[in-house]
Design a protein around this ligand. Sequence first.
Ligand code: MTE
Ligand code: MO
Length: 527
Amino acid sequence: MGGAAAGVTAALAVTLVMVVLRDAFGLASAPELVGDRIASLLPVQFFLGLLSLVGGYNNLKAIGVVGVLLGGLAAGGGAGLVYARIAERQHARVPLQLQPLGISWRAAITVTRLALLFWLLSVAALWFVLPTNFHGLPPGPARWSSALTLLGLCLGYVPLLLLAYRILVHHEPDKEVLSQPAALPVVRDEGVTLRRGLVLGGAAAALTVATGLQLRRVHSRATFHYDGTEYRGADVQAITPNDRFYSVTKNIVDPTVKEGLWRLEITGNAARPRSYTLGEVRDLPPVTQETTLMCISNRVGGGLMSNALWKGVPLARLLEAAGAGSGVKEVVLRSVDGYTDTISIEKAMDPATLVAFEMNGEPLPRRHGFPARMIVPGYFGEKSVKWVTRVELVDTEKKGFYEQQGWGPSFIVPTRSRFDLPDPKTVLRAGAPTLLKGIAFGGDRGVSRVEVSTDGGGSWQPARLDYPGTRLTWALWSLEWRPPAVGEYKLLVRAVDGAGAPQVAEARGTAPQGATGYHRITTQVTA
Ligand SMILES: Nc1nc2c(c(=O)[nH]1)N[C@H]1C(S)=C(S)[C@@H](COP(=O)(O)O)O[C@H]1N2
Ligand SMILES: [Mo]
């Protein structure tokens, strides 16, 4: 019992240090690393099942954090038990007060070995996610600093355990004992034990409170408040304001990149690999390009899509400067948050594929990838890696964060359209003009036509393109409609892309290649 209590207390202290390091230096914490590692191992259907079971990504993230923190405390308690066991056994033979500092060094060595083993196993298990640093340290140093942080936390646990155990179970050396060690009673004064128990309990409570306060601070900056933000409804504009742009992130707390630490590395199979500072990227001749992004998990009619004006540098320029090798098939895009995704070298060389550093005339907001993100038109949003820090040219086919779960293999956005008006909840009047409007998006193929049906798909009439958009953006459409009579109406919308290909009518779910089908709403019309 004493061993477990001491172990949990020591693990609490380690947890507090971990949270402080995460906050102060962006050093990835165990829950983040473990969460990312496990996430990419989950098959997509299982992942989606989990999401609906726990009620969304936010809950899954929160459960993951709590689970890993509790797991750490349990591991700490377990190691404390091992320590106490060995210490007590040793004490029966050679009283602890005869050991230097009253500590069972044999037990300490065993626990140190356990801690090192735990660290080695962690580093092996987490190797692929170790290149993560939320302040923007490049992947190489990020990997080593993550590994060293874990080492520090594992080894730091040991002296904390020794201290906690010694506070709880102290064998007072006295002259008598020293002269006749064999006569030493193992049993301790109960009053003393209680007092010592209270001291340790107080320390544990204080650590819990301190950790809780620290976690609350972290929570105020967490992605829970905005992950899954949608942009839809009556007031949708052609260009989405930055603070309303949809948001999807794997992170619990998004990166806060320090400009000075951040680099953009072009590595891999290249004649002239190179690392750019933010200033150097900004000094290259920029392009400004309007592009719509949409998440693969955006359901038909959903608002996980937005449109912005991005300023940045075509990735092709950086790759040309680096001299991509002839065998290169793909580029791996890596973010400071450990997220990765891939695009073919052809897509990477497409002049519309950008490393963007401005969004609607402002530096990228933190949650949208400051200081730089990829913009990969025509593909689902996950390819548009935020906080990008490395572009690696590879000769083989690699899989990105979500791709490993089994999403894809195609990430090309299918054409889709949506109603933003009428709101299905409002009741329309027969004979009164009412505005139908919405968006249509054809990936990087543009939108040439939008049609609306008010009779469940029996007949179709063309809508007006109020904002035709560009090849890379959505279009805004509208249509004035006078419901002819009282009743229930089934409204449908469909689009034709810029190449003349009609939107796919067949309904399919978001996994694994994005949803298709027509958006349909039912409205009530009264007299
Ligand atoms: N580094 C990083 N990039 C990322 C993600 C992420 O979690 N980490 N999420 C991706 C997903 S799934 C989507 S849909 C888009 C969302 O970009 P936004 O939040 O700027 O709208 O970012 C993509 N890029
Ligand atoms: Mo996404």
